[in-house]
Design a binder for this molecule. Structure first.
Ligand code: GMT
Length: 377
């Protein structure tokens, strides 16, 4: 198949899923064309069957906001025409589904073949951005204008139906990980000793440090844990709350115990070193970072009532607790970290359950089958 993929190219779950989906499809012999404003974050090396088409925006005194939507739509139409794309698969509804709709209208008006449009919903496009009144109508319209709609969890599919009153089928296709990259490591290849001494537990958090991730809760949980046992915390990613997080760490006298790595494109080099992953988000449609941690054999402490419940199996490979209840999260973490045999069981269950449900081999086949179903109409 010849597939166009549009996503946000910056560090963030939807861009990562879109990129790795494209790479996996290319490995299976499909031709994949990324259309975006810069090379996606994890598209960091040449791969057969993978192409990138940059979208330019033009600065002009009249434009307070350069019209990215217009140039993206035109580029989608141009790439579709030049490479005879059969599918435009957009990740994140706003504005990608709208732009793909426009691209198709341009091709239709010119009497040219029209690709199928598939929109994958990732979370904040529905739960935060989509429910902002100014985005509501256009998001609903664009979702409804898609030939196929997928959501990364049943939780998100339900939210979408509820919020947008969508009657079309929304197919749940879970996020995935590449088991050749994300796996536990028996030896010290992840260089654990760079982060923690042998007697210290290593906790980890990865996010874009947006308020929805509750990064300050991560620090509060870690503070409580390190008061009970020797521990270090490694934080990966950056965003609006990075400064707040750093301030909080200094204020609590934790500077020597917290390592900030900033954005990293190869988190699998660090994750297997960790003993526990913290993701106390307010909202999480899936929690790709948690899945990548589990795949590396790292149990997760996170929040209940979100899509994370479809990824973490409570009391088997992690604990899910109410949003903001950092005391319970810290208690759960300490009791697990202090109980070595149980920790070993949780670590084993983490990678086993992740592999059974979310391995790329399985999920990519679901996408291929879905593409074929949509192409058949
Ligand atoms: O908020 C983020 O973490 C970024 C956002 C994105 O679209 O890049 O992540 C969402 O999509 C990810 C990939 O499907 C999911 O794993 C995250 O759970 C989801 N984030 C939220 O729902 C907050």
């Amino acid at each position: 198949m010849r597939i166009g993929i549009t996503c946000y190219p910056v560090a963030g779950g939807s861009g990562i899923v879109a990129t790795e989906l494209g790479q996996q499809l290319a490995l299976r012999g499909h031709e994949v064309h990324f259309v975006s404003y810069s090379i996606p974050f994890r598209l960091d090396q040449y791969q057969t069957n993978v192409f990138y088409h940059g979208v330019e925006t033009t600065a002009y005194p009249l434009f307070k906001f350069p019209p990215y939507e217009s140039t993206l739509s035109a580029k989608m139409a141009e790439v579709t025409r030049s490479f005879k794309l059969e599918i435009l698969h957009v990740h994140y509804a706003v504005p990608h589904a709208t732009c793909a709709y426009l691209a198709r209208q341009m091709l239709k008006t010119a009497g040219e073949p029209i690709p199928k449009l598939i929109t994958t919903l990732h979370g904040t496009d529905i739960t935060l951005v989509g429910s902002d009144p100014s985005f509501f109508d256009i998001t609903r319209f664009s979702i409804n204008a898609s030939d196929g709609i997928t959501a990364v969890s049943a939780y998100l599919a339900d939210e979408t139906r509820d919020v947008f009153k969508i009657e079309k089928d929304i197919r749940v296709i879970y996020n995935f990980f590449d088991p050749t990259r994300f796996k536990p490591q028996a030896d010290d290849r992840c260089r654990r000793s760079e982060f923690a001494a042998d007697h210290e537990m290593l906790l980890c958090h990865i996010s874009n440090f947006r308020p929805v991730k509750r990064t300050l809760d991560v620090i509060d949980i870690f503070d409580k844990v390190q008061a009970e046992l020797p521990a270090k915390l490694v934080m990966i990613g950056e965003g609006p709350d990075t400064v707040l997080a750093r301030r909080q760490i200094t204020k609590r006298g934790l500077t020597d115990k917290v390592i900030f790595l900033g954005n990293q494109s190869r988190v699998e080099a660090v994750l297997p070193c960790a003993d526990l992953f913290l993701l106390p988000s307010e909202e999480e449609s899936f929690g790709l970072a948690a899945l990548e941690a589990l795949a590396c054999g790292v149990p997760v402490v996170g929040t209940q009532g979100t899509g994370l419940a479809e990824v973490v199996v409570d009391y088997k490979n992690g604990f899910l607790l109410p949003v903001g209840d950092t005391a319970s999260m810290a208690r759960a973490a300490v009791s697990l970290l202090k109980d070595k045999p149980r920790l070993v069981d949780f670590k084993r269950a983490a990678s086993e359950l992740a592999t059974a449900r979310f391995s790329a081999d399985r999920v990519i086949t679901e996408y291929e089958n879905y593409y074929e179903e949509i192409l058949r109409g």
